[in-house]
Ligand binder design. Sequence first.
Ligand code: SF4
Ligand code: SF4
Length: 69
Amino acid sequence: MIFEVDEDRCFGCAACVALCPVDALVLEGLLAIVDEPECTHCEHCIPACPVHALSLVNVKGTASIGVLA
Ligand code: SF4
Ligand code: SF4
């Protein structure tokens, strides 16, 4: 699994940034950026996003979601 921020949805409200217990999220302009190696995939921030820009994506195989290049 990898944690992803949907750049098209995020509008930089910073709600997720404040919630992350390991400070894996930072705001760059109006976009939340995740430091993926730091992210523990705790999912704590995911429900806080008002536009559902945060998700954990399964990268095992390529069939399910198709995000992995
Ligand atoms: S899933 Fe947890 S560790 Fe990862 S960015 Fe969100 S709050 Fe931080
Ligand atoms: S809570 Fe959602 S919209 Fe707000 S900064 Fe985080 S990812 Fe972007």
